[in-house]
Design a protein. Sequence first.
Length: 94
Amino acid sequence: MFLCTAAFPCCVTGWVAQNTGRSALRWGLASLVAYPCVNAVLRTHVRQQYGMVGSCPLDWCSALSCPLCAAVQQAAEVRYRRKVAPDMDRDSEY
């Protein structure tokens, strides 16, 4: 996963965005311009969607200190959540 993220960060960002109910194209293209910032905002969306513990400042610190590591974490979390609860979407009450 890390090698894929290192080679194609915009694709991984788009995949995470698409699998959390957002536009893959929009987020992927935006990551070409400002990858760490887009990564931080998407990380906050993922955390809030799945009810994960954390905060916006921590999301920004993670995304700015090592954007590739943060993207790999997001992709792994989304992949895990899709396996555990494939029917769960962002509009559910869970």
